[in-house]
Design a protein around this ligand. Structure first.
Ligand SMILES: Nc1nc2c(ncn2[C@@H]2O[C@H](COP(=O)(O)OP(=O)(O)OP(=O)(O)O)[C@@H](O)[C@H]2O)c(=O)[nH]1
Length: 317
């Protein structure tokens, strides 16, 4: 193929082609760049690339080109590494986060008489790929979140919370650390739903989750175990500490008043506390023990904290 045919092809390509010599002076500039950079060949040929594109990261760019010359190999910079090198506007009728075209840039060494005298830079528009990849990443993030978070209360769902408990249980057994579990259940929640409606019930669940989350330490793991039942894992916590947290949960819910359509809604919760013991072989044993304590709190009048295992006691009211 003759040189003029190659030039014709370069003019037709949907890729920016520019060539610089080893002093960074631009020696070739194709039609694609004339259009997208809005600069004619006369305006750029013979000029140093950093004067034409002052936005170029100069040090990085010089190192990149120097390695292409010294190693005599092609080098690449994808939009994932650097969104763009050249501030070229994108022309896609889609919304993107950037004003500029996302780019894949290839740096090709050009040899003359055994020496690398020039570097050809190919600039490909990756705006579409970048846009769809961002959307995909966001969808994956949302999916991962939905897999862990309860849609109503925005705390951990049961599946994820149990996974956390399984890990904490294994860690506590391995290092002989204390591990406490609190389960609490809103009292007469069916009556609340029946009296004020399901939406009011939902609001109570949301506000309960918000309030209790705010009482806990960062390492405590709080989840919605079922309908109106919640559970808190307290790592490295002894019985006194766990009872203290359980009391705080009970009293703060007792004090909480929620206003719904002009009505003042008061409610309470029954709380069960269990400590991991040497007999607990599986994390499910801990859940069963906390559930037994919760059942005791319910059956002995509600709005109470009960502790299972060694200390079988009802503590409040
Ligand atoms: N609003 C609302 N209600 C729910 C949700 N999940 C479960 N429930 C309701 O919670 C109620 C639980 O009722 P029960 O298990 O009888 O318990 P309770 O009325 O709280 O009685 P005690 O636990 O014995 O004090 C049921 O009416 C469920 O329909 C939810 O996401 N939103």
């Amino acid at each position: 193929m003759s040189v003029s045919v190659c030039n014709l092809i370069a003019e037709q390509l949907n890729t920016g082609i520019l060539v610089v010599d080893v002093d960074f002076t631009i020696t070739e500039w194709n039609r694609y760049l004339q259009i997208h950079a809005n600069k004619s060949a006369e305006q750029v040929l013979g000029r140093v690339i950093f004067d034409v594109f002052p936005e170029l990261p100069r040090k990085w760019f010089e190192r990149k080109l120097s390695s292409v010359v010294q190693l005599r190999t092609t080098s690449f910079c994808s939009w994932e590494q650097r969104h763009h090198l050249f501030e070229l506007p994108h022309t896609r009728p889609i919304t993107t986060d950037s004003h500029f075209m996302a780019q894949n840039c290839t740096f090709l060494p050009i040899e003359n008489d055994g020496e690398i005298t020039h570097i050809c830079i190919l600039i490909e528009d990756a705006t579409d790929v970048c846009h769809y990849q961002s959307k995909l990443n966001k969808a994956l993030e949302d999916l991962a979140k939905a897999n862990k978070i309860d849609g109503l209360t925005q705390i951990f769902n049961r599946k994820h919370w149990e996974e956390c408990l399984a890990k904490e249980f294994a860690r506590a057994r391995r290092y002989q650390h204390g591990l406490a579990l609190i389960m609490f259940d809103l009292d007469h929640f069916k009556l609340l739903n029946d009296t004020y409606g399901h939406q009011c019930g939902d609001m109570v669940l949301i506000e309960t989750a918000k309030l209790i989350q705010s009482l806990l330490r960062i390492c405590d793991q709080f989840g919605r175990y079922g309908g109106e039942e919640f559970a808190v894992i307290l790592p490295e916590t002894d019985l006194i500490g766990a009872i203290d947290v359980a009391e705080r949960i009970r009293t703060s819910l007792e004090k909480l008043t929620i206003e719904y359509q002009g009505e003042q809604i008061d409610f309470s919760a029954s709380v069960g506390v269990a400590m991991m013991t040497a007999e607990d072989q599986r994390y499910e044993d801990l859940i069963s023990n906390a559930d037994i304590a919760l059942y005791q709190a319910k059956s002995s009048g509600r709005n109470k904290v009960c502790v299972t295992k060694d200390v079988v006691n009802c503590l409040a009211m």
